[in-house]
Design a protein around this ligand. Structure first.
Ligand code: SF4
Length: 242
């Protein structure tokens, strides 16, 4: 299976910026961050597929409802799609997510002969990312979530919409770069000697900053701890970068 093409080598300025952003946000919000759950890779895959554009509490409820309604993931795969849709009714677009989830589970079964992802533990993160991303419905964010958030605890960097917005405003990525390809670019900025916790913390810090300060509409640049580093903040505040 071809590995994804590596991102171009980042310039040192962007690496330094990413590290300074990480340092300041860790001081602001606190690092290390506790992992929010410890699901198996397959459970995490299902959970991640449900969570797209859905609040954490709603996708957690839908995941619990799915587990309660069906004996195992094979039963979810083989159930009438309307039953799956009913079980995940609390997420956004259940009518699309139910058949998509079944498609992913069927493809995994065809490929592995069973519903199991434990073989990913024996792969490097780039290999495991490529393997996961070749499943239907699995993109870079879902693959990174499976590798980072599950019990695999891999050195992978999920990029959600908050993380992506903050990174673009800071100039870590071009504003025109979509979320999918931004994964490789942002991951390449992180030090090679960081462990999985460092990657996880970085994701959590950028995401939290997007949720608590760098809002989609009306970012609170005046109280932002990154404002002297941020071209967007400087422009909004009408000041000159330090
Ligand atoms: S200065 Fe403004 S735009 Fe820049 S990161 Fe902070 S809140 Fe976001």
């Amino acid at each position: 299976m071809p590995l994804p093409r590596p991102a171009p080598a980042p310039d040192a300025t962007k690496r330094d910026l990413a590290l300074e952003v990480h340092r300041r946000l860790c001081a602001e919000y606190g690092c290390p961050v506790l992992y929010f759950h410890a699901l198996s890779p397959l459970d995490e895959l299902v959970s991640s597929l449900l969570s797209h554009r859905t609040k954490n509490a709603d996708s957690a409820r839908a995941f619990a409802s799915l587990r309660a309604a069906f004996e195992d993931w094979a039963a979810v795969r083989d159930a009438p799609v309307a039953e799956v849709e009913r079980a995940i009714a609390g997420v956004t677009w259940p009518e699309a997510k139910a058949p998509a989830l079944q498609r992913t589970l069927r493809a995994l079964t065809e490929r592995q002969g069973l519903l199991d992802l434990s073989h990913l533990a024996g792969m490097s993160v780039p290999e495991a990312t490529a393997w996961l991303a070749s499943l239907p419905g699995v993109g870079p964010k879902t693959a990174a979530a499976v590798l980072s958030f599950s019990t695999l605890r891999g050195r992978a960097l999920p990029v959600d919409s908050h993380h992506h917005r903050v990174a673009a405003r800071l100039g870590l990525i071009p504003k025109s770069l979509a979320v999918g390809p931004s994964h490789a670019v942002l991951e390449a900025l992180l030090p090679e000697d960081w462990d999985a916790q460092g990657f996880y913390d970085h994701h959590q810090m950028l995401m939290r900053h997007g949720q608590r300060c760098c809002f989609f509409r009306g970012p609170a640049c005046g109280r932002c701890v990154l404002r002297d580093l941020c071209p967007e903040g400087q422009s909004r505040l009408g000041t000159t970068p330090a």
